[in-house]
Each structure stands twice: as C-alpha cells, then as structure tokens.
Write a protein of this length. Structure first.
Ligand code: SF4
Length: 348
C-alpha cells in the first residue's frame, strides 16, 4: 500500500505539465476552502545582521568578514513598526541573525513598546535562545516564533551547521517548547540543498504536518558565493533523481504539496521564492500561499541582510506597491488584523 510519504515523493518527482497544473489547482482550492481569502501582510524588520553561527549556506555567517554588520536602534525599529501600522499591516516580524549581544531584556522592551503603541501582532525570528528568553518575550506580548529546521536529514543538517552539537533534534524540541509557551509556531525548509534527497524532502513535509505548524516558510536554495556551500560545484541537473534541484518549479511543488498536507497553515510567498521566480508573488498566491512579508528594513540595512544574493532584496522602492499589484492581480485582497492561523476544523 502506498504511504503518504510515497504520495508526496511521487508529486515531487512529477514533471508532466498537465499533472502539475492540476497540483497547482488543488493547492489553490484547498487554500480557498481552509483559510481566509485575504492575503495577510507581515512587515519584516531585519534589525541586526550580526550572527554568532557559521551555517555553511548563509551570507550572515560570522566567518564572512567581507560583510559590514549593523544593529538597528530601538527608535529605528519603532519607526518601521509605525510604517507597518500606517500601511495597514496586521503584524511585524522582528528578525535577526543569532545576535548574542542583544539582551533578552532589550528585545523584550521592543516587543513591549510595539504592543503598547500599535495593534500589531509580533513575530520573532531570532534563532535559538535560552527558554527563559522565549518565556520573557511571550510575557511581553510576542505572539509568534519562527524557527526553521531547514532539512529533516540529520546528516545534511550537520553539514549545514558543522559547529552545532545539538543538531536537528534540539531545533524540533525548541519548537515544542515554544508551542507550550503559547506562541504560534513557524518553521520551514530549503529546497534543493546540495545533497538533499527527494525522500528527505518528503519527510520535511510530513514533519510540517506532525508539528501542526501555524506558519511554514519554503524557499529554494540560492547559493551565496561567500559561503562554503555556495563555492561547491553541484550538479543540480543529475538525471538519477537523487539530487533535488534548486529550481523555481521544485520550490513551487513543495509549496503546493505543503498546502495539501497542511491545509490551515499560514504559508508565505518567501523572499527566496519571489527571488527565484519571475512574477513570484503571483505564482505563489496561485499555488497555495496566503501571506506575504514585505520588508520594512531601511534600504541601507536591507542590502546588508545578505543571507543569499537577491536583487529583490536590494530594491529600494516600490516593494509595497508591487506586492499590492500582485495581490489584486491574483483576484485577492490584502487582509486586515493579525491574520492568525485558521482553525476551521477545530470549530466543526
Ligand atoms: S542561517 Fe541564521 S543562524 Fe545561520 S548564519 Fe545565517 S543568520 Fe546566522
């Protein structure tokens, strides 16, 4: 008997154009039935590009000495929150590298000021921190926490994080801790990592489901030339189907299948997805996505938040307008309010 994992694996390997059209349609239909039709906007504030880690794919890794570092001040961050509110976004995402020099209290103060000033939900994405920090931030009013596991393949995970002794298991444990503290939890993966197999990618999607994630971020692997992984010569076009390609179509398949398996989750069109696809926002919205995260980081900082090379990341103006155009072109409207995860099945 075919298992769910086999079914996911077959879709991942599907190349027939007509079959894929039916996959996009199924994902869009399920999204329509299971979530609000509005597209929720989360204003992304990348407040620090300092990081103590050395993930082998990421341009923010501490060994990348070419990258100028920055850390925004609290008034700067509040100015971004003001823009989010003025544009009608329902939430902000405070994101940084693992910057151990910002104290839990300082982040707690940002959360408190935002929550006291604006009716915004606050999502944190600042990596692995002590549980006491997560507890403090929840007490200050943080609503959601994003912590990607990147890949469910433990061997590959260790290649991505060579100095991380605790491994993938710890990251999954932390997601459970965050859930128990009352956060909405989000995670995600990278599609087409060197050495990633189709079955491990299918396992990623099963883990999204088993964790009952509220938010799931999916993006293709985009090599960064100043990283160890980005300098490797990978044949993404291997014909034996063992290496997952890092193509736009592959990321689109993962997005669509994830919507089928996790119907109620909030699934954004990630910046990486939008970078890899021309008309990425429209394509994502037609393939099961229901969230977009426009960057509010001031341009001088934004170009230094260099996780991977992205022309979209360096665009200084018009991002909000382009996103609005994409939303209306997809026949949808921008959402209002915090845009919490749907729980339609829970009230039946
Ligand atoms: S992926 Fe995150 S933790 Fe790893 S180097 Fe980049 S910013 Fe730091």
């Amino acid at each position: 008997m075919r298992t769910k994992k086999d079914m996911i694996g077959s879709w991942l390997l599907e190349d027939n154009r007509h079959h894929l059209e039916s996959l996009w349609k199924q994902a869009d239909d399920i999204r329509r039935e299971s979530t609000e039709s509005a597209v929720h906007l989360r204003g992304l504030i990348e407040f620090s590009n300092e990081c103590v880690r050395s993930c082998t794919y990421c341009g923010l890794r501490c060994q990348n000495r070419c990258l100028p570092r920055y850390r925004m001040t609290l008034p700067h961050i509040m100015a971004c929150a003001e823009i989010a509110h003025a544009k009608g976004y329902g939430s902000v995402v405070l994101q940084s590298g693992e910057d151990q020099r910002v104290s839990a209290e300082w982040i707690g103060e940002i959360i408190r000021q935002i929550k006291d000033t604006y009716p915004l939900a606050v999502t944190l994405s600042v990596g692995e921190r002590p549980v006491e920090d997560y507890r403090l931030w929840r007490e200050k009013g943080a609503d959601r926490y994003l912590l990607r596991f990147e890949t469910s393949d433990d061997t590959l995970y260790r290649r991505l994080h060579p100095h991380d002794r605790s491994g993938l298991r710890r990251r999954i444990e932390l997601l459970h801790v965050l859930r128990a503290l009352g956060y909405e939890i989000g995670s995600g993966n990278i599609v087409g990592l060197p050495g990633q197999s189709f079955m491990s990618l299918a396992e990623d999607i099963l883990i999204f489901s088993s964790l009952d994630l509220d938010m799931i971020g999916i993006g293709p692997y985009i090599p960064h030339p100043d990283t160890p992984l980005g300098r490797e010569d990978i044949d993404f076009c291997q014909k034996d189907n063992r290496q997952v390609p890092n193509s736009d179509i592959m990321a689109r398949k993962v997005l669509a299948i994830t919507r089928l398996v996790c119907p109620e989750a909030n699934i954004p069109v990630t910046t990486a997805f939008a970078t890899a696809n021309t008309n990425g926002y429209e394509i994502g919205l037609h393939t099961g996505a229901n969230v977009i995260m426009p960057a509010l980081t001031p341009p001088d900082y934004r170009k230094l938040y260099d996780i991977y090379p992205s022309p979209a990341r360096k665009m200084e103006e018009g991002v909000h307008e382009r996103i609005m155009t994409a939303i209306y072109a997809a026949g949808r409207k921008p959402g209002c309010g915090p845009g919490n995860r749907s729980r339609k099945s829970a009230v039946q």
